[in-house]
Design a binder for this molecule. Structure first.
Ligand code: ADP
Ligand code: ASP
Ligand code: MG
Length: 417
């Protein structure tokens, strides 16, 4: 008998028909002899609706109440899933995070799981229940609800799998695995049979929302076996595992894009030591993640400082940039929300030359201007005009010949010592 944690995303529980299908699938697995813990997301679109309601009342809502509100979508799907299993004659119990409890700490909107009490879940499993847990939420020691960041039900599932020492964590979604690029915009994207934790973390951090980045970090740290599969069709999915030698031969394994960033420019900043610190200190203290940063060439002692933040952080980032600009006697703040980040990712990039040249040439051929660049050991990202996102992804996918398999660039031979 294996213990399996299964997570079903928003589309997979998007209406009652789909909830019934999932309920039947879960019961089949239980009847085959496994113990099953199910983590559910809110029904598709529900979290966005709740966010919109809050923001209509107040652009900067109190974050405690914001989290109390936006976590409720998961309560609905969690109880509905239990009802659906009961209607098929199965035994199931739904649990919200405070009932488990899943204890969080940290900030609102971005809570971190501190501990999970597994006794109740174990007891319910022993009694023959399917245990259904609301994803995306946790409760702090004072009883306040925290959410785990967008896409956070993936993190709930992996954290539960780690705490329960589950044999496998299955992430069921609306695609049948992890592809070389988003299959919804790149028709010849190729499904990967396996991919390393590190590569998925990069893909996720670069906008490929197929898995939330923290869920993969947790899976890597706690050695959770992770699979991504379709909730609609019965096909083998993608296994996320530790990188191996064979994988390192692949220079670029995927292309990702992110339309959730916007560009903020503080103009005419005095070009002096300490100015960047003044600006970014406030952003850091407000837990605003700054992604790309560009400082233009100094012109008569002044420079423009450009950075990108997530769209949902823009109102707060703008306010802080304005405060910093006043303090620094800098110029106006310019905002451009119509940008996108496209990236190529691969563990083999560590030891390969020519990836940047190939990427820039592909974007150039397509007439796409690069506004900012950032790099890490295993990824390369360019900020572009958002209207070219899909074109850029397809061009890069083609340039690195990802439809065919391992990319055409050869890893650089290591120099002899
Ligand atoms: P869920 O609601 O099940 O959590 P998400 O919408 O969060 O699902 O994630 C699944 C989506 O991720 C897919 O519909 C697809 O558009 C997108 N996606 C982006 N990049 C990739 C990729 N490389 N492979 C597979 N899916 C991807
Ligand atoms: N419902 C939450 C969201 O939309 C969490 C999740 O779907 O994983 O972000
Ligand atoms: Mg998701």
């Amino acid at each position: 008998m294996a213990l399996i944690v299964q997570k079903y995303g928003g589309t997979s529980v998007g209406n009652l028909e789909r909830i019934k299908n999932v309920a039947a699938k879960v019961l089949k697995r239980q009847q085959a002899g496994d113990q099953v813990v199910v983590v559910v997301s809110a029904m598709a679109g529900e979290t966005n609706k709740l966010i919109k309601l809050a923001l209509e009342l107040n652009e900067l809502p109190d974050l405690r109440e914001y989290d109390a509100l936006i976590s409720t979508g998961e309560n609905v799907s969690c109880a509905l899933m239990a009802i659906a299993i009961h209607s098929l004659g199965g035994k199931a119990r739904s649990l919200c995070a405070y009932q488990v409890p899943i204890v969080t700490h940290g900030v609102y909107k971005d809570g971190r799981i501190k501990s999970i009490e597994t006794r109740l879940i174990q007891k319910l499993l022993k009694q023959g229940n399917v245990v259904i847990v609301a994803g995306f939420q946790g409760v702090d020691e004072e009883g306040n609800i925290h959410t785990l960041g967008r896409g956070g039900s993936d993190t709930t599932a992996v954290a539960l799998a780690a705490a329960l020492k589950a044999d496998l964590c299955e992430i069921y979604t609306d695609v049948d695995g992890i592809y070389t690029a988003d299959p919804n915009i790149c028709p010849n994207a190729r499904k990967l049979e396996k991919i390393s934790y590190d590569e998925v973390m990069e893909l996720a951090s670069l906008g490929a929302k197929v898995l939330m980045i923290r869920s993969v970090e947790l899976a890597k740290n706690y050695n959770v076996k992770l699979a991504v599969l379709s909730s609609m069709v019965d096909l083998p999915g993608t296994l996320v595992i530790k990188g191996d030698k064979e994988m390192e031969k692949t220079v670029v394994s995927g292309v990702a894009y992110d339309k959730n960033e916007c560009k903020v420019t503080v103009s005419r900043v005095p070009d002096q030591p300490g100015v960047a610190a003044t600006l970014f200190k406030g952003l850091g203290e407000s837990h605003i993640v700054v992604d790309m940063i560009v400082q233009n060439v100094s012109d008569q002692g002044y420079t423009d400082l450009t950075f990108t933040v997530r769209k949902e952080d823009l109102p707060r980032a703008r306010k802080l940039a304005e405060e910093a600009s006043r303090k620094l006697l800098a110029g106006e703040i310019r905002i451009d929300p119509n940008v996108a980040k496209v990236s190529v990712v691969g563990v083999g990039m560590r030891s390969a030359a020519g990836v940047a040249a190939k990427m820039f040439a592909a974007l150039g051929r397509a007439g796409i201007n690069i506004q900012a660049i950032s790099t890490s050991e295993i990824k390369l990202s360019c900020l572009i005009d958002a209207k070219y996102t899909e074109l850029a992804v397809r061009e890069l996918h083609g340039a690195f010949e990802l439809a065919k398999g391992p990319s055409a660039l050869k890893p650089r031979k290591r120099a002899r010592r």
